[in-house]
Design a protein around this ligand. Structure first.
Ligand code: 5AD
Ligand code: SF4
Length: 458
């Protein structure tokens, strides 16, 4: 496609990522496809040759942020003598397509989540000032097939995308429209990518998917190719040398099967942390959301998870102010939160997304009520999160050291429950799993000390 091989790192790409971990993963993959074209990632847009905004459409606020950022990028582009190329990727690109270029003509190209492998080709086209600048059509497995398998690991933790899209159609959610139908990657591809990451020193992998526990990818051809479940995939990945920690996110209660729950009890590498969004504790609201489960069903899963693995920490997402939500529905949410006792949870005011069924429902909730409910919910969640972190004080935890901390002489790592841990230590510890004694806790992190004589236990 190109005339001659570009000099490595001769061009600069700035990728700004919004939203979920799937976008973080996709941004890394975009870097991978751009590297052979001579692009090197930079962490500020000022002198970039290419700026990619990898966007999120899940709530209105996220979408509006993109347009205001594009306004800033336009100024930088003008300052560069219009040499800078601006690309909009991700779910806003998928949902709004050509509208983006109408609203902000400085944008050169728009590409949806299924088209990242075509980024180099599209950039080449922009440079030649010809052809179509829009690429947002869904294409089945082509995306996964076309992305390079050899990824460059960035530290000892990595994301690995195993599944994309969603067929659940929760009535508030744009994902089934922006990310398309559910699709699982074949086992062989995932194993190849995982081995490659492990060989580069990655020890903690989070399997990603919008509906990751609905995973049903084709098994190895040599074994007849029958579909594998997520539990079977996890058991298999746990045998790869060096992969000490496995996680998966985000799951749906309807796909939490027996085998997956059991895996938490018998696969050591599977970390004791589950992000299982419930959204609401009210059965009436869950029904209106088309979640396909009741609060009792959810609580039963949580109980069984803790039976399988007593040190299990639980996480969720919540939406307050869904259309029709009465005080007593909200009370049910608070009651569920108190019953589960979360380690961490994310909560949002319901945001009307055009084209989703909930946007046309009666009983839209006034903003002030949404705000009040969000504050009440977040106060309890903060308390639970602080208490969970504080419960680790005095314990010695295995911490995967991810890199230098904010202050000189400090290192940063992650506990089995994904808590950030700061402690005094040297850079030689990076990439190891070491014992750290926890001496302090706050809402968002732990502080620890290296117990003498245990510094190199891996
Ligand atoms: N309004 C508010 N929150 C939403 N989420 C998804 N769609 C909406 C919406 N329209 C939240 C859900 C989901 C998380 C990723 O974002 O809680 O689990
Ligand atoms: Fe959206 Fe529901 Fe699918 Fe999650 S399960 S991505 S909330 S439609």
């Amino acid at each position: 496609m190109t005339e001659s091989a570009p000099k490595p790192g001769s061009k600069r790409v700035y990728i700004k990522t919004y939203g979920c971990q799937m976008n973080v993963y996709d941004s890394e993959r975009m870097q991978d496809v751009l590297r052979p074209l001579g692009y090197r990632a930079v962490d500020a847009p000022d002198d970039a040759d290419l700026v990619v905004l990898n966007t999120c459409h899940i709530r209105e606020k996220a979408t509006e942020k993109v347009y205001s950022e594009l306004g800033q990028m336009k100024k930088l582009k003008q300052r560069s003598g219009n040499r800078m190329t601006i690309a909009v990727a991700g779910c806003v690109a998928q949902a709004e397509g050509a509208e983006i270029m109408r609203r902000q003509p400085a944008v050169d190209l728009v590409l949806g989540p299924q088209a990242y492998h075509k980024l180099p080709e599209m950039i080449a086209r922009v440079h030649r000032q010809t052809g179509d600048r829009l690429e947002t059509d869904f294409e089945t497995l082509e995306k996964f097939d076309a992305l390079p398998k050899a990824r460059r690991a960035d530290g000892p933790m990595a994301f690995l995308s195993v599944q994309e899209g969603c067929d659940k159609f929760c009535t508030f959610c744009v994902v089934p429209y922006t990310r398309g139908a559910e699709l699982s990657r074949p086992v062989d591809d995932i194993v190849l990518e995982a081995r490659n990451l492990a060989a580069q020193g990655v020890r903690d992998i989070s399997l990603l998917g919008q509906n990751v526990n609905a995973y049903h990818g084709a098994g190895p051809a040599l074994e007849g190719g029958e579909d594998w479940s997520l539990a079977r995939l996890l058991r298999h990945l746990a045998r790869i040398g060096g992969l000490d920690r496995l996680r998966y996110t985000t799951s749906h209660p309807r796909d939490m099967d027996e085998d997956l729950i059991a895996a938490h009890g018998d696969v050591d590498a599977l970390m004791p942390f589950l992000h299982l969004p419930v959204q609401s504790g009210s059965d009436a609201i869950l029904k209106a959301m088309n979640r396909g489960h009741t609060s009792d069903h959810y609580l039963d899963i949580m109980r069984r998870m803790r039976e399988a693995r007593p040190d299990m920490a639980l996480a969720s997402d919540f939406i307050v102010g869904f259309p029709g939500e009465r005080d007593r529905d909200f009370e049910d949410t608070l009651a569920l939160v108190k019953e589960v006792n979360y380690a961490i949870a994310y909560s949002f005011k319901y945001s009307e997304r055009p084209g989703t069924p909930a946007a046309d429902m009666f009983g839209q909730i006034p903003e002030a009520v949404k705000t009040e409910r969000l504050h009440a919910l977040q106060a309890i969640l903060r308390e639970q999160q602080s208490a969970f972190n504080a419960s680790k004080i005095g314990q010695t935890l295995p911490v995967l050291v991810t890199g230098a901390g904010r202050q000189a002489g400090q290192m940063h790592g992650r506990s089995p429950w994904m808590q950030a841990v700061h402690f005094d230590g040297g850079p030689e510890l990076a990439g190891q799993i070491i014992d750290v004694r926890i001496v302090g806790a706050s809402l968002n992190s732990l502080t620890g000390q290296l117990p003498m004589a245990q510094e190199s236990a891996a």
